[in-house]
Design a protein around this ligand. Sequence first.
Ligand SMILES: C[S@@+](CC[C@H](N)C(=O)[O-])C[C@H]1O[C@@H](n2cnc3c(N)ncnc32)[C@H](O)[C@@H]1O
Length: 248
Amino acid sequence: MSRNDPSVIERERDFHNARFTDENRLAQGKYYFAIRDCDDEYERLLLQYGRDAVVLDYGCALGEYALRLAPVAKAVHGIDISDVAIETARAEAKAKGLTNAHFDVMDAHATSFPDNHFDFVFGIGIIHHLETRRSFAEIARVLKPGGVAVFREPLSGNVLIDLYRKATPAARTVDEHPLTAADYKLAGEFFTRNDWRFYGLVTPGSVPFRNTPAGVPLFNLAAAVDRALFTIPPMRWQAWNALMTLGK
Ligand SMILES: C[S@@+](CC[C@H](N)C(=O)[O-])C[C@H]1O[C@@H](n2cnc3c(N)ncnc32)[C@H](O)[C@@H]1O
């Protein structure tokens, strides 16, 4: 089935609507201990590029990052296909009195924003839910010249991680596709800057220790090993996640 098929969009909406009403949805959150350095860097980049900027949280879900950025940004827009998530984000913005934060249900492949509108576009785990070429084209279209986009996305290619995904189908949509070296190459067709940094090869080994005093030291050691391994280019595609910085 083509990824452009409208049923893909409907399946994504229904899956995520159910997820955002499921109180157990954070059960797999423990694994993100393994990419805490990636998330720290993501948040640093959000503050660096989002300050005083017109920004788009692309696939914003509950708008966690958009809401955090709103107090320092010029204007924040969040879009998602899940109406349940967008309603929650809007209610949260209203409760916080954030009048510069706007949330809309929209298909990320074809948004209603004008060309060259945003200084900064960002997102976590969204591009691998989309048709990659259309998604990169749309991000490039709405970014101003000189604008920057930052994404954290999962990668495919590590046999153990891919086996884990196969063993836990309920945690993901049937249409999602962790990114590959082909997607990296494709991004280069749309963006003048295409920097990907890689995270989470040895570090998942520290997850079982995350609630013990050894957790953080073990993570730091594993992260240093990962950084050394990722100096060997083929090893980068064994990583769990990439942090992508794209520029127009
Ligand atoms: C893995 S979640 C990540 C959400 C959010 N960035 C976060 O970190 O919590 C993927 C999100 O993509 C949204 N999504 C999937 N397909 C979409 C589409 N075609 N247009 C807009 N959002 C979409 C889902 O509803 C979901 O909120």
